[in-house]
Write a protein that binds this ligand. Structure first.
Ligand SMILES: Cc1cc2nc3c(=O)[nH]c(=O)nc-3n(C[C@H](O)[C@H](O)[C@H](O)COP(=O)(O)OP(=O)(O)OC[C@H]3O[C@@H](n4cnc5c(N)ncnc54)[C@H](O)[C@@H]3O)c2cc1C
Ligand SMILES: Cc1cc2nc3c(=O)[nH]c(=O)nc-3n(C[C@H](O)[C@H](O)[C@H](O)COP(=O)(O)O)c2cc1C
Length: 793
């Protein structure tokens, strides 16, 4: 490398290819840090040419920028437009909520501020220069590839950078308008071919960005794939005429040939820098990662990249031998933030991709607004309360009223959605919390005993609306382990009756029976016995049956026998008998277990169903036997009581059940008379690769509820009231099942109510004296958090 010195200081030659926010901001910060370095920005456009309208970013980004270069931050601050409100125009209604805090600035204005600051600091700006390759600058010690989303440099070195580029299905066009908007405005318009939406935000006194978006199929159906820019603009003006009221839409991307409608590309790179033999080359901004405009953070990421690279130079120095370390640390520090933001952006983007199909027709404007505001899943119910308490309380009252029905005399007070009642057939649950079924492996000969009375009884006392008993088996050979409960004889029905009676007598919870057959996963240990869960018993194994002779474990699992018609007839009869016993035991609700690789699930998943008869092959065939079982149970289960079906909505294995299949599965059970689908996932194959995270299975409940039009139960890592409230309020599910938190705390629902300060819940009268104490303790904790020096959420 060719290092030069000026006045005793090392001169590093830096070339930024691309004069967007990333390249310009890095150049000026680096020049400020090391004024003797020679820094050039090469930009193919002229200084005042730019594609795009306004960009938004947050107060936090501004604070970060101010800490690094106050003059730039001040200039940006002066040019900023700040606004708080989000306004939705939907189905003839206008709904507005506040406290969202955005700042917007014209992209041209932002670039001009950065260019001026570069010049003032002595950065060389070379406009109208198209760089072909990093090799064009052999003298450079460091090349910043800040050449945007279509980065040539990234493409040239794709083998090293390993970009992962995902092209999304929606089409969007980036327009502007002089119509005045004083809120971040969303317009939704239905056409004969589907829904369009516009995202609108003001960025200076005269102008607003106006992005129009729709699914590819809708775009094509309107012939927009054949429309030029003027025709596209005319179309959008007609579509949003009621809102635009004669104002025009404008484009400033005439340099794009043909249609100006784009597909968003999500970019991630495995490697962010390389050495090309002469220069270090490092990617920055959109060249290395993109964030969808639904979250408006592309510019923020670009600016923060620049800050981080300069921070690393400041920390490690810019001596040649430090360069690899600096670049590695830059990637390590930025990659985590970027992934976090990209994940949130992904959720928000997907919401806009599916809203036409999933939410626009299904949800009323109030709930649609809530769903849209929480689309990234970074904003929860309590965040919304912090942003706009009055709006949220209005929403809560509306939601509670809706549950109470139009005939309710007065508008109920604001009640957290978690604590609104829910009715299925004749059964009304007092709230939306379900104690999820959890196997306890504590029976002898399938008899629930003292343990189950205390275990289920205490959870029923703990405030949940519905307590679901663990998977209960329809015959001795249907058990997972010798400790599993059963419902194949009168004695078991009597034992269950005692538990159900206790719950009905002592609590106002409802109680459900979950019926299942272990299939290929039977005859195994309790988790704490011998070689552990899913492993065959050391002795006294019983023979297994399943859809096909496919063992659950490759390494030593028992191979089941593929069921013949006689087996099927027996199993159907066993389920019907167990359902009759469940009714005689007094259960309020029946759930059929068709998930987790057990017998009925083994028919549904193509991974475990290899049959060539009428019960294998197509999804309709694979569903045939589970539906026969469901119908047999439904026929004997009292008409006035609900039935839910638990499914694995995703096998998390290539070739297995997908969420798209899950919608079809839900439709089939709905047609057969199911009232709700309990949306679990996985455990069908030992090769599964699930993506865990908070509320990680809720997207399945959401999709099934809103596409198959059947009520759903969300489950999986739902661990606080805020989660339940957000899920129920947004219409992502009707009930939330909570499993492990109920093992730790039987009174989870009562504790969560106290935690969020909701006191209008009944405690068991025997425990009443503990209620005010717990509420006061949580009240003190909340006060301490919001007091000066505390850390509010
Ligand atoms: C519809 C839409 C809306 C958006 N809204 C927002 C928003 O509200 N908020 C937000 O923060 N972000 C938004 N963005 C994203 C934002 O525009 C980018 O994330 C941001 O500009 C990235 O900055 P950058 O410097 O990395 O790239 P760019 O801004 O793309 O800059 C790259 C520069 O490199 C130049 N260049 C490219 N190749 C060469 C070459 N070979 N030689 C010389 N010069 C070259 C280009 O001319 C360009 O000036 C939006 C994007 C889109 C598409
Ligand atoms: C100990 C234990 C036993 C379980 N047994 C069952 C069961 O019998 N039937 C069932 O459908 N799911 C069963 N599950 C799955 C839970 O009902 C729930 O779907 C899962 O734990 C995810 O929820 P969570 O994150 O709230 O724990 C069990 C889970 C645990 C932790």
């Amino acid at each position: 490398m060719r290092w030069a010195f000026a006045g005793g200081s090392l001169v590093v030659k830096i070339v930024c290819i691309g004069g967007g926010p990333a390249g310009l901001y890095f150049a000026l910060l680096m020049k400020q840090l090391s004024p003797h370095h020679h820094i050039t920005v090469v930009e193919r456009n002229r200084p005042y040419d730019t594609f795009g309208w306004g960009v938004v970013f947050s107060d936090a980004t501004m604070d970060n920028m101010r800490a690094w270069d106050a003059p730039t931050a001040d200039a940006i601050q002066q040019a900023f437009n700040h606004w708080d409100d989000i306004e939705l125009h939907f189905k003839g209604r206008v709904i507005r909520s506040g406290g969202h805090g955005f700042v917007g600035i014209g992209r041209k204005k932002l670039l001009n501020i950065l260019q001026a600051r570069c010049e003032a600091l002595g950065v060389e700006l070379m406009f109208e220069t198209d760089a072909n390759s990093d090799a064009d600058y052999p003298d450079a010690d460091l090349i910043i590839a800040s050449d945007g989303i279509n980065s040539k440099i990234r493409t040239q070195h794709a083998a090293v950078f390993k970009p992962d580029i995902v092209t999304r299905p929606n089409r969007f066009i980036w327009l502007g308008t002089h119509k005045q908007y004083d809120a971040f405005t969303f317009l939704f318009e239905r056409t004969e071919h589907g829904w369009f939406q516009a995202h609108i935000y003001k960025f200076d006194e005269q102008t607003a960005t106006f992005i129009v978006e729709c699914p590819e199929a809708v775009w094509k159906a309107h012939g927009l794939d054949r429309a030029d820019q003027d025709q596209s603009i005319a179309f959008c003006e007609r579509l949003f005429a009621a809102n635009l009221r004669g104002e025009q839409l404008m484009t400033n991307s005439r340099h794009l040939r043909g249609s100006a409608w784009l597909n968003f590309q999500r970019i991630q790179c495995e490697q962010w820098s390389l050495f090309n033999g002469r220069s270090h080359v490092v990617l920055m901004g959109d060249a290395v990662h993109t964030a969808h405009f639904a979250i408006g953070s592309g510019t923020k990421l670009a600016l923060e990249d620049a800050i981080e690279l300069v921070a690393q130079f400041k920390r490690h120095g810019d001596a040649p031998q430090q360069m690899p370390e600096v670049l590695a640390q830059y990637q390590a520090a930025r990659a985590i933030d970027v992934v976090r933001l990209q994940n949130a952006a992904w959720n928000a983007m997907e919401w806009f991709e599916v809203c036409g199909e999933r939410y626009c027709d299904q949800l009323e404007p109030e709930q649609f607004m809530y769903s849209m505001l929480t689309r990234s899943q970074r904003i929860s119910h309590e965040n919304l309360r912090l942003r706009d308490k009055a709006w949220l309380e209005g929403f809560e009252s509306w939601f509670a009223q809706r549950q109470a029905g139009a005939s309710a005399p007065t508008r109920p007070h604001a009640v957290p959605p978690m604590f609104t009642p829910y009715t299925a057939r004749s059964v009304t649950l007092k709230n939306r919390v379900v104690v999820s079924p959890m196997a306890q492996y504590s029976c002898v000969d399938g008899m629930p005993g003292e343990f189950h009375l205390v275990h289920l009884g205490s959870r029923a006392l703990g405030g949940a609306g519905l307590v679901v008993a663990e998977m209960t088996c329809t015959s001795p050979d249907a058990r997972i382990t010798p400790g599993c409960p059963g419902l194949w004889n009168d004695a078991q029905a009597q034992a269950w009756r005692r538990i159900v009676d206790f719950i009905h007598r002592e609590t106002d919870a409802k109680v459900a029976m979950q019926l299942g057959h272990a299939g290929a996963k039977g005859s195994t240990n309790a988790p704490w016995d011998d070689t552990g869960a899913d492993r065959p018993l050391p002795h006294d194994n019983w023979p297994l049956i399943a859809a096909s002779a496919v063992p659950y474990l490759d390494d030593g699992g028992q191979v089941p026998r593929a069921m013949d018609r006689a087996d099927m007839a027996r199993v159907v009869a066993d389920f019907a008998r167990a359902a009759r016993h469940a009714a005689s035991a007094g259960f309020d609700w029946l759930e059929l277990h068709c998930a987790h690789g057990y017998l009925l699930s083994s028919f549904i998943s193509p991974l475990t169903n290899r049959r060539s008869d009428a019960y294998g092959g197509s999804l309709a065939n694979r569903l045939r036997f589970p539906l026969e079982v469901f119908e047999a149970a439904r026929a004997v289960w009292p008409e006035h009581l609900p039935m839910s079906v638990r499914i694995s909505a995703h096998d998390w294995v290539d070739g297995g059940v997908t969420p798209t299949d899950a919608v079809q599965i839900a439709r089939a059970f709905k047609a057969a008379g199911a009232d709700l689908i309990d949306c679990s996932s996985g455990q069908v194959s030992a090769h599964q690769r699930p993506t865990y995270g908070r509320m990680y299975q809720t997207p399945f409940a959401d999709r099934i509820r809103n596409e198959a039009a059947i009520a759903t139960i969300a489950v999986g890592a739902i661990s606080e009231a805020d989660h339940v409230n957000s899920i129920i309020a947004a219409g992502r599910a009707d009930l939330c099942a909570v499993a492990r938190p109920h093992l730790a705390n039987p009174a989870w629902t009562l504790s969560e109510a106290a935690k969020i300060g909701f006191t209008a819940v009944d405690w068991p009268r025997q425990y009443n004296t503990a209620k005010p104490q717990m509420e006061a303790n949580f009240q003190r904790e909340r006060a301490a958090l919001t007091a000066p020096g505390g850390s509010p959420r």
